[in-house]
Write a new protein. Structure first.
Lengths: 115, 113
């Protein structure tokens, strides 16, 4: 069935360093890839997303890249700050006609940014 | 702002009890979802609904049922709660016309004793 694998499960970086989280999806028909951030005790919230007709998207210190051929997509956070510490989830979806809005989530990555 | 409200933040129930978790959204979204979140297992989909009275099983539907009688409300039902259903339960909603961005509720931490 549809599956999204996310790595690493935990990531610890020094403040100011970069962090990269990688995901692989199984369904080649997937065309929408959001990333959610969940701070401790809070709800997951969308931080960035990318559609399959785009290879890269940036928003200030965060960026997402997509390799459709390899079915890989990655989240890049530059100049990390302590407030980036959270659990990050990637997801894949088929957006378009006859879709139910279902997202397939990865297992999550716990990012710790040390001051 | 989209608001997804879950009726309880914390709930303690006994084994065998029938448990209702309620979720309400105020943005006229067609799609609603119930997940459970356990450490190391991410967000696992229990059930979802893409229209009133419509429901589909997710990845882990066993032991759960759902009800969607009105568009804004999606209920998760544990017919006979068991200790292995102790977990954090998250509700979400989305509008198919706006990609598949899901908006989450604050979660209900359920303990079954």
């Amino acid at each position: 069935g549809e599956n999204v694998e996310q790595h690493p499960s935990t990531l610890s970086v020094q403040e100011g360093d970069s962090a990269v989280i990688k995901c692989t999806y199984s369904d080649s028909a997937s065309n929408y890839f959001p990333w959610y951030k969940q701070e401790l005790g809070k709800r997951p919230q969308l931080i960035i997303d990318i559609r399959s007709n785009v290879g890269e998207k940036k928003d200030q210190r965060i960026a997402v890249t997509l390799n459709k051929t390899a079915k890989h997509f990655s989240l890049h956070i530059t100049e990390t700050q302590p407030e980036d510490s959270a659990v990050y989830f990637c997801a894949a979806s088929k957006w378009g006609s006859s879709n139910t809005g279902k997202l397939i989530f990865g297992q999550g990555t716990t990012l710790q940014v040390k001051p | 702002d989209v608001k997804v409200t879950q009726s309880s933040r914390y709930l303690v129930k006994r084994t065998g009890e029938k448990v209702f978790l309620e979720c309400v959204q105020d943005m006229d979204h067609e799609n609603m979802f119930w997940y459970r979140q356990d450490p190391g297992l991410g967000l696992r989909l229990i059930y979802f609904s893409y229209d009133v009275k419509m429901k589909e099983k997710g990845d882990i539907p066993e032991g759960y049922s759902v009800s969607r009688e009105k568009k804004e409300r999606f209920s998760l039902i544990l017919e006979s709660a068991s200790t292995n259903q102790t977990s954090m339960y998250l509700c979400a909603s989305s509008d198919t016309r706006a990609k598949n961005i899901q908006y989450f509720g604050a979660g209900t931490r359920l303990s079954v004793l």
